[in-house]
Write a protein that binds this ligand. Structure first.
Ligand SMILES: [Zn+2]
Length: 281
């Protein structure tokens, strides 16, 4: 029996051109558009997902931290962090707090933590998991730990001192439309697949159950509407790469009944509850 439970660690506000770039705009043009935006979108949820599997419990992404509700936590010199993203995590809303409230000890009761990528709102809860294998792609880890990683929205200065993740190199075993994969469980029902575009080395988690497949897509798309319209965010480093990722997620949904669970989709919990799958054609 495999069960997925969403855990919301607060909210994030972003600008309209962060959520969705304009057609035909280059990655650099999309950043300029984001910086010029005066409006904010309504708060988006920050979800992590607990996967209960016969081989153990796995957490996908670690959410953000209540410390990130203070601007002092963020690099002062960085216009994006200071002016273009607003995180609100209340005390008690961090992933570790909520696992405890569910009766799980975050330091002991997880078999693994999987990071789709290392943006602050996905890697902000790592301090709860000092004894747990943490999986991240080698490419994303190397980028996140560089100065460029901070420019791109990671906060390596806040990674725990003990942080030494399992660096994932995908193997050439396909998973549906994805040419490579990486099995997390021996039964290969939980697999990592490449979903680059939002960030280099971004991974998504495919969970196959006898009834339905779950696509835990991180930030490969912010929501199902953007996926179905093939609309790419402002963060992308390459629009064609992001578009190809969206097409592959769509193709997975056509090949097998799939519930899409991105990290910031307001309707993800409702789809999970009602079993609403991606369109099959
Ligand atoms: Zn992200």
């Amino acid at each position: 029996m495999i069960r997925i439970t969403p855990i919301q660690t607060g909210t994030v506000s972003i600008r309209p051109h962060h959520y969705c770039g304009e057609a035909g705009r280059s990655p650099l043009g999309r950043k300029i558009d984001m910086m010029r935006d005066k409006d904010w979108l309504e708060n988006l949820p920050i979800y992590t997902y607990l996967i209960e599997h016969p081989e153990g419990n796995f957490l996908v992404d670690s959410g953000d931290t209540a410390e990130n509700s203070s601007k002092a936590y963020l690099p002062r010199w960085h216009p994006f962090f200071q002016h273009h993203v607003l995180v609100k995590v209340a005390p008690g809303e961090e992933a570790g707090d909520q696992l405890r409230a569910m009766g799980l000890n975050p330091a002991k009761d997880l078999k693994g933590v999987i990071l789709t990528h290392m943006h602050h709102d996905h890697a902000g809860g790592l301090h709860y998991f000092p004894h747990t294998p943490i999986y991240v792609s080698r490419e994303n880890f190397m980028l996140a730990n560089s100065f460029r990683g901070t420019i791109l929205g990671c906060l390596p200065m806040h990674f725990p001192k003990w942080f030494a993740p399992v660096l994932v190199d995908l193997t050439d075993e396909p998973c549906g439309p994805f040419p490579q994969s990486y099995p997390i469980t021996r039964d290969k029902r939980i697999l990592l697949v490449p979903t680059p575009g939002h960030m280099r080395g971004h991974l998504s988690v495919v969970v196959r159950t006898p009834d339905v497949t779950y696509m835990l897509a991180g930030d490969a798309t912010y929501d199902q509407g953007l996926l179905l319209e093939e609309l790419v965010d402002g963060v992308t480093y390459d629009v064609a790469t992001s578009t190809d990722t969206l097409k592959k997620i769509r193709a997975l949904g056509i090949e097998e009944p799939t519930i899409l669970l991105p990290a910031h989709d307001r309707n993800a919990v409702e789809r999970l509850g009602s079993g609403l799958i991606l369109p099959r054609s």
